[in-house]
Design a binder for this molecule. Structure first.
Ligand SMILES: Nc1ncnc2c1ncn2[C@@H]1O[C@H](COP(=O)(O)OP(=O)(O)OP(=O)(O)O)[C@@H](O)[C@H]1O
Length: 484
């Protein structure tokens, strides 16, 4: 339990605004004591009941210890489990349903011709599962063609029309099974969350706090927004909205509430704050961070950082392999299972036996995958992995993943910036795959997208003491600052 803090002027203003009962949108910059501030609200009104909706279970568990008893701290899944999920517990406890069995349950008996490709019944099941997943993570009220995924090699207009006609009825059939207590398909946590949302739940509380609202699952945002009997408080940092590609939305963007800021960082000192502010300036944000005067941080090269942050998974694995060669105990945040699965898929595609990897199953040979990533500019992360597998061999990738250490025992942590969300380390090095986008054909500097700038902002703000910004130094030139 942390000690009582004297509120900063910003925190005091947030508490005063909260007391008026109006809806609030709190823009909380990196390391600005968000949880402490929300606790201040809860303790200011011991007679009011609230719910704090955390981004994940670990944060919810920490919050349970920290928040007073008038606030129920939970993930949205936890709330949904209490409300409706219990009825389905027996289904959750059941194991996986093999794709072939799911095909039988869904009565998919025939292969499906899509352009020059033939999708087997089990491949159709994979696509149906993705559609149901997408539906469950959205605020949609029914399954439509919108949920049909665009798959590498199966994404021409004609392909999409065929897929929609065939798959929408199947996905509806799957959802019908999933909403029944006696259904037979594999039942997952997202399913009871969606069932709960569709029931239009009303939380029996005076206020609702939604954390990490800038990257909200639309189904959760929809639940919070509909609690109009309660005071709704969205908290987050819109400059850290880095999961849009995965369907997350910024629930703060259009939400009407009094806008307030937390800009005093307690995580790092002025030097890191200054670096963060460059990206905020670049993004055109209103927010600017102030460093903590009690922390003396520095932006300088580091030989042995605690963490290295990469843009892509391929770079993260390349860094991990380099560390393993030096016998450094290294951990990859999120583990390496996805990478070794990709390497396994490469091996079976090279052997000409196809694969059931969710990203690659439209391909029948490794050559097709190589062609695809060369032609599609959106396949950057996959392209990096394909290149790495081609360079070092699938076996070496699998071997490296096997040698990774648990984070608790690691001397070095490697992460993508995406997976570093919410984390912090004393010393952080930015990897070489960050950096200025390739210049245009005429040699002029190309645009840096907001997405790229947000990811850079997230990356630099993970450092507490020392930041080695590496290639991100290009921001100085972009802002017309004197280059260090
Ligand atoms: N008014 C304050 N005075 C001094 N320290 C504070 C104050 N408010 C917060 N802090 C400190 O800031 C640190 C981070 O706070 P907190 O744990 O609330 O942040 P968080 O919610 O985990 O995440 P974030 O760092 O992203 O805001 C803690 O050590 C906390 O004690």
């Amino acid at each position: 339990m942390s000690a009582r803090r004297t509120p900063t002027p910003e925190q005091a203003e947030i508490v005063a605004s909260y007391r008026t009962g109006q809806d609030l949108v709190i823009e909380a910059g990196a390391g600005t004591g968000k949880t402490t501030t929300l606790k201040m609200l809860a303790t200011a009104t011991p007679g009011r009941k609230g719910t704090y909706i955390a981004y994940n279970r670990a944060i919810a568990d920490d919050a349970k210890v920290d928040f007073p008893s008038n606030v129920l701290c939970s993930t949205a899944h936890g709330l949904a489990m209490r409300a409706v999920g219990r009825q389905y517990r027996h289904r959750l406890d059941r194991g996986r349903v093999p794709a072939r069995a799911a095909a039988r349950i869904l009565r998919i008996n025939e292969p499906l011709a899509v352009g020059d490709k033939i999708l087997s019944p089990t491949q159709q099941v994979y696509l149906v599962n993705e559609m149901v997943k997408k539906f469950c993570n959205s605020n949609a009220t029914e399954i439509t063609g919108k949920q049909v995924p665009r798959k590498p090699g199966l994404d021409s207009d004609g392909d999409m029309r065929v897929l929609q006609a065939a798959l929408v009825p199947l996905a509806r059939r799957a959802w019908e099974d999933l909403t029944r207590r006696d259904g037979r398909l594999r039942f997952e946590h997202r399913h009871y969350l969606k069932i709960w949302e569709l029931s239009k739940p009303r939380l029996p509380v005076d206020y609702v706090l939604l954390d990490e609202a800038q990257d909200a699952n639309p189904v959760i945002a929809s639940i919070v927004e509909s609690q109009d009997h309660a005071q709704r408080i969205m908290v987050g940092d819109r400059n850290q909205a880095i999961y849009g590609w995965n369907g997350a939305i910024d629930a703060m963007a259009n939400f009407k509430g009094k806008r307030l800021q937390l800009s005093q960082s307690f995580r790092f000192g002025e030097a890191v704050a200054e670096e963060a502010n460059k990206w905020l300036t670049f993004l055109g944000a209103d927010l600017r961070l102030t460093g903590f005067e009690r922390i003396n941080s520095a932006v300088e090269p580091i030989d042995y950082p605690d963490a290295i942050l990469c843009r892509t998974n391929a770079q993260a694995l390349t860094q991990a392999m380099a560390a393993l060669r030096q016998n450094i105990r290294v951990a990859l945040v999120g583990g390496g299972a996805r990478l070794s699965k990709l390497a396994e898929a490469a091996t079976s595609l090279k052997a000409g036996i196809g694969c059931d990897h969710p990203e690659l199953f439209a391909f029948t040979s490794w050559g097709q995958v190589q062609d695809y990533v060369e032609q599609d500019p959106d396949a950057e992360d996959l392209a990096g992995m394909v290149k790495l597998i081609d360079e070092v061999g699938a076996e070496k990738v699998i071997e490296a993943v096997d040698q990774l250490t648990d984070e608790r025992y690691a001397a070095l942590i490697i992460s993508t910036a995406h997976k570093a969300k919410g984390r912090e380390w004393n010393s952080v090095q930015i990897a070489s795959d960050f950096g200025e986008p390739k210049p245009n054909k005429d040699g002029s500097p190309s645009n840096v997208s907001d997405e790229e700038a947000m990811l850079s902002y997230v990356a630099v703000t993970r450092a507490k003491l020392t930041l080695d910004r590496g290639p991100l130094e290009y921001i100085d030139e972009r802002l017309g600052l004197a280059v260090r």
